[in-house]
Ligand binder design. Sequence first.
Ligand SMILES: Cc1cc2nc3c(=O)[nH]c(=O)nc-3n(C[C@H](O)[C@H](O)[C@H](O)COP(=O)(O)OP(=O)(O)OC[C@H]3O[C@@H](n4cnc5c(N)ncnc54)[C@H](O)[C@@H]3O)c2cc1C
Length: 500
Amino acid sequence: MSDRDMKTDVILIGAGIMSATLGTLLKQLVPDWNITVFEKLSNAGEESSNEWNNAGTGHAALCELNYTSEKPDGSVDISKAIKINEQFQISMQFWSFLVQNKLIQNPHDFIMPLPHMSLVHGEENVTFLKKRFEALSKNPLFQGMEFSDNPEKLMEWIPLIMQERTSHEPIAATKIDTGTDVNFGALTRMLFDHLETKNVNLHYNRSVSDIKRTSDGLWELKVQNLGSGEVERHKAKFVFIGGGGGSLHLLQKSGIPEGKHIGGFPVSGLFMVCNNPEVVAKHHAKVYGKAKVGAPPMSVPHLDTRFIDNKKSLLFGPFAGFTPKFLKNGSMFDLITSVKPDNLLTMLAAGAKNMSLTKYLIQQVMLSKEARMEELREFIPNAKSEDWDLVVAGQRVQVIKDTEAGGKGTLQFGTEVVSAADGSVAALLGASPGASTAVHVMLEVITKCFPHYLDEWEPKIKEMIPSYGVSLMENPQLLNEIHTNTSQTLGLSEKKPVFS
Ligand SMILES: Cc1cc2nc3c(=O)[nH]c(=O)nc-3n(C[C@H](O)[C@H](O)[C@H](O)COP(=O)(O)OP(=O)(O)OC[C@H]3O[C@@H](n4cnc5c(N)ncnc54)[C@H](O)[C@@H]3O)c2cc1C
């Protein structure tokens, strides 16, 4: 074993969409900083960011019912939907900037226009959907949303779901044509290809096993070369822990007080995929339903058209489940080794509070393919088993922490940036809304970690993201300009699909 010592300005741990986005932002803001990336797998975007490991929904709250809730007075709270939509507009502007400036090429390699729909059954749900539609459609961010409870109209919108439907239960849907399907794996790879041309040092098959502060105020990483077995030591002024499910362990190793009393709860995912061209041709939308009682929000069932490798397919799921791994390529000891003296009580409290969720997830893991087909048939009444295959999706590690509102060991379903007080290290935990809001979240890392550079960087940030620091909802004119510009640049204005 040899010990080599290297020094750089920035180290990004993990080659997923988050590191790719942060690296690209930083290269635009400070081109002369040296950036080094360590990824333990042999390619970029192979864990959660991979196209087959997530649902590829450009989350803009156009169809996800869990982003809007009913208030005690019966009205619908759309504040979370507004927040997520505004965050997605930030990603769209940044991606447009990259395409316009030829930093990445053909946008249809990673983003496609696709209607987003919400679909509900039963009188109570139909009433809720109508109220939700009325609240959202008044807002400029959700312009163009339509509602229908007319089976003939629904047959036009979603023939695969409506044909051979025998139930007479009330049914309704909303539809908005400005939705997207995003191939986050392709985008991640495109961003790293670009970064390589900008002298970013990308090292694959390198696992970061330790991170500690040195006496000279830098961070030293212990990096194992998984090919040769060699161990290297690398130093940096700033480290981003973008290891996805692997981030919590590294955050704990950093020893920063901000990383204490935090735990992780892994939720696995399964999708069903259909490649039968006859079935695939009958559906062209992402159709989100309602989560079952007791199911976590990330298991809201949806039937999606996907565009992967110039091919259209259908994806149904996700079926949430439980394994103790924090990464798809992780270890069965991930959960147990994440329990430390400082988070033991938090984890125990979370365990006690979430017994029913854990039971639900374990039951889900045990489901047979036929039981999963029955869930699919709630969407496609005549779905045939032979047309659908199971694929294992990525792992999501939900953050567990003590909160004022939820008490000890509260399970969080969002994303959290945890950074040191001096901004020299930051980690990203959680996975929702996820890759769609990567640019917003990485700007949060920049704001927290480089506050003294913000005045200098602001003009460049505004060039990349014209709505930076501005509420689009309150500036409909800017919103219109941005919509027109992003949909032209990203090729989202066609009515006809490019692939069939
Ligand atoms: C089932 C499922 C469905 C989803 N659906 C959507 C969706 O529809 N829309 C959406 O926007 N988001 C979705 N997400 C969330 C989204 O996929 C994630 O938020 C996003 O991909 C996370 O990116 P990341 O870069 O943080 O992590 P990852 O893509 O997981 O990348 C982390 C990388 O770090 C590497 N790594 C880990 N530890 C180490 C180490 N010690 N040393 C070196 N390398 C390391 C890993 O190998 C990996 O390549 C979904 C996620 C799942 C699991």
